[in-house]
Design a protein around this ligand. Structure first.
Ligand code: ATP
Ligand code: MG
Length: 264
């Protein structure tokens, strides 16, 4: 264990907080939320490490201006000294095809990832981990190395399908491997506020999962979110009333998340 490893506190005196954005269902908004969280925490003055464990690399493509030459795949393979963020406050370790080769559930690979992340604690305040829509070794490693996890979900008619399995995986990892993992909740995303059907689905989620598993907040479906991602900018920075409103809605959720992550 290196000297850096022994000190879980970064230069500013706080421990590195690791937040995993996880749901094995595809297209629920993991990458959208992960990149906005990176921008949000950077604007709050935090030094943000963004790890993209998905070879589709949507998140790291959006944040490409913050990427260096180290890919996230390297963290599973060897000790990596992650340099501090340059210029802005974000450093991205991007997703790449090499991630597709990391499939075997191997304790050594997971431990290498965990140890690299721990070593990053001196240079960063928060690590955001975007994950692929599968439950494999990369998601497992993220949950084993992580401290917090959120699970974006959608509210279509199949909303409840799959959530039991997702919760089983998260709770299973906490029980077996990482008692420090805090599940911050299922975050309904892309809520169509005018759809009676979606509101019904949201109600049944509340009844089924209650406040224990459901986050106290939702992110509505807003077209300006897609426009912002296309411009590689946070939605709240677009000079349009609708975008600012979408940003305000998202930040209400993020403020609550940040508070939960600060709680002792
Ligand atoms: N609240 C929202 N309003 C409008 N569009 C959204 C919203 N959330 C996500 N999207 C859009 O939905 C699509 C899927 O989102 P995203 O890529 O973040 O999902 P994902 O869970 O990361 O998918 P994958 O599992 O394939 O990685 C994207 O085109 C994104 O811009
Ligand atoms: Mg994604």
């Amino acid at each position: 264990m290196s000297a850096v490893n022994r000190d879980p506190h970064n230069d500013r005196g706080g421990p590195l907080k690791t937040l995993v954005v996880n749901n094995e269902k595809g297209g629920v908004g993991k990458s959208m939320i992960a990149v906005h969280l990176a921008w949000y925490f950077a604007e709050c003055g935090k030094r943000v490490l963004f790890l993209d464990l998905d070879p589709q690399s949507n998140g790291s493509t959006t944040l490409a201006e913050h990427a260096g030459d180290i890919d996230a795949a390297a963290l599973f393979a060897r000790p990596v000294a992650i340099p501090p963020p340059t210029g802005g406050r974000i450093r991205v370790l991007g997703g790449s095809a090499a991630l597709r080769g990391i499939v075997a559930v191997d304790g050594k690979i997971i431990e290498q990832f965990r140890s690299n992340l721990k070593d990053a604690s001196r240079g960063y305040d928060i690590a955001i981990i975007d994950t692929p829509p599968t439950f494999g070794v990369r998601n497992l490693a993220a949950l084993i190395a992580g401290q917090f996890v959120i699970a974006p979900i959608d509210l279509d008619d199949y909303a409840i399908d799959g959530i039991e399995t997702l919760l089983k995986h998260i709770v299973g990892v906490r029980q077996k491997y990482n008692p420090d993992l805090t599940f911050l909740g299922l975050i309904p995303n892309r809520l169509q506020t005018t759809s009676p059907r979606q509101r019904e689905n949201l109600k049944s989620l509340v009844l089924r999962f209650g406040t224990k598993y459901l986050f106290d907040g939702v992110i509505p479906q807003r077209s300006s979110i897609g426009e912002a991602l296309a411009e590689k900018k946070p939605v709240w920075s677009l000079p349009k009333t609708a975008a600012r409103e979408a940003g305000r809605e998202m930040r209400i959720v993020f403020d609550k998340l940040a508070m939960k992550m600060e709680a002792p």
